[in-house]
Design a protein. Sequence first.
Length: 273
Amino acid sequence: MGTLELKRVVSLQPSATVILHAIGKLECVVACTKYCVDVCPQAADSGRAVVTDSWNAHADEILSAHPDLVIASVPFQEKSLAEILKSGSRFLGLAPRTLDDIYLDIAAIAGIMSATEAGAVLISQMKSQILEVNTEVPKGPRQRVFCEEWGKPVIASQPWVAELVEFAGGEFVGKPGAHYQPEEVPTLNPDVIIAAWCGTGNRVPLEKIIRTRNWENLAAVKSGRVFCIPDEYLNTPAPTLVRGMRALASVLHPDLFPQQDGVRSIYDKVSTP
């Protein structure tokens, strides 16, 4: 039996596009979302069609790209999932929570794209780069970190971010992925507050959220340890997380790790396009 060759892929999620690029299969992507281009600028080349994402997928857009495979990931709406299935295309749906899940997703995409070896190399590189940072983290008391992926409502970052915080020498406080009322966060007593809101780049209005949530008396705020890390560094479950790891390390240990591009503190102004 011959190997199924997939030459036309529609990617409805930035993480899938980043992974496909990293394993040398970006040329197979015939359509992707505008968010994919934001995170993986190389996807803007070659006249690829721009389609709506996993949350708002449309069957007609997918069908117009004549794909051999559609790759999507949570979050899904029931109606968008129905649209993907209605297209009748082969469908790979991802729902990662942990770093191990992400490694498995990379292996799955690489396997289905006949790039198993490239996937294994990529996973090994990610693990070694994360470990490289971790070995340089000083031992001793850990700073308590509250990291959020959305602001209204306040949603704590995903489990893989909690793992990266721990690797970076911090202690993730709160429950990953949980919703919080603003008045609940002070009870967690964070030393550091990090905002990485989905879809906002590094433009989270730090001063505003501190003011509107009445967080002025938090230790993290008084010490100026409130930061915005670019969305794609922490919220894209793909090789981009290595940069997120380095960003976390630079925030927690600024004397040991260089600041990463795009990371802002509460003292920095929001840049405008």
